[in-house]
Design a protein around this ligand. Structure first.
Ligand code: DHB
Ligand code: MG
Length: 222
């Protein structure tokens, strides 16, 4: 697709100029190719965007739902202060050791804890055990369960917590009422939940680039 080629070229243009550190972030496109997996990572520019959000919010406690190979975890980890931590959850037992290895290679093993398990169960445990609230949450796992996760995330939040939710546009399928994509149905339910709570102020950002046409919802806990 012509458009996609242009988006790729523009991503490459900015990456080369603004994100030379991309070579130190492991677990990206190459590893997906190696594993014959769809490239479910954020792009380098988006990873850097997440990192800047961590910095701008002075976030020291970050929660990530969906680790995959640790790519976005590493981007965010590079923005943490000295005492900062990330807890990142994934339920795929073949991803978790790879993610831990990538994180260690990036020198972030002492800051990023990869938790193996079902995100719903882990979040529930965190709530039950009185986990301190997180400053920033990146939600990027099982899209049909976004609304369920939100309820738990809100219990692990405080005023000022920022929640970033990935893959909310899906090539525009979000406005196709006939879509069969389960992830899009999940985002609709997520939006219903977002709108129902009066604790959040939110916006959506459409994105194009090497990942095609997609977007993120950004929410602020009041
Ligand atoms: C898919 C998942 C993601 O989180 C993403 O950013 C892109 C694609 C997927 O499941 O295909
Ligand atoms: Mg994603």
């Amino acid at each position: 697709m012509e458009q996609q080629k242009l988006w790729n070229a523009v991503d490459e243009f900015f990456e080369e100029k603004l994100v030379p550190e991309r070579s130190k972030v492991f677990g990206g496109t190459e590893q997906c190719r190696e594993w014959n997996m769809p490239d479910m990572n954020v792009s380098a520019l988006q990873g850097k965007f997440l990192q800047l959000l961590v910095r701008m919010n002075r976030a020291s406690r970050v929660l990530e739902i969906g680790t995959f190979f640790g790519y976005s975890s590493i981007w965010m980890g590079m923005g943490l202060p000295e005492n900062g931590i990330i807890k990142t959850i994934d339920f795929k037992d073949d991803f978790v050791p790879e993610a831990r290895e990538n994180i260690a290679k990036a020198g972030l093993a002492d800051k990023i804890e990869v938790i193996f398990g079902d995100a719903g169960d882990i979040l529930q445990e965190m709530v039950a055990e009185g986990e301190q609230p997180f400053d920033l949450v990146f939600m990027d796992a099982d899209k049909p369960r976004y609304a369920e996760f939100l309820e738990l995330i809100l219990k692990l939040s405080k005023p000022g917590t920022v929640i970033i939710t990935d893959n909310v546009v899906r090539e525009g399928e979000i406005v196709n009422k006939e879509t069969h994509l389960r992830g899009v149905h999940g985002v609709w339910r997520y939006l219903d939940a977002l709108v129902k709570t009066d604790r959040l102020e939110s916006t959506a950002m459409q994105t194009v680039g090497v990942k095609g046409y997609d977007g993120m919802i950004i929410s602020y806990v009041k």
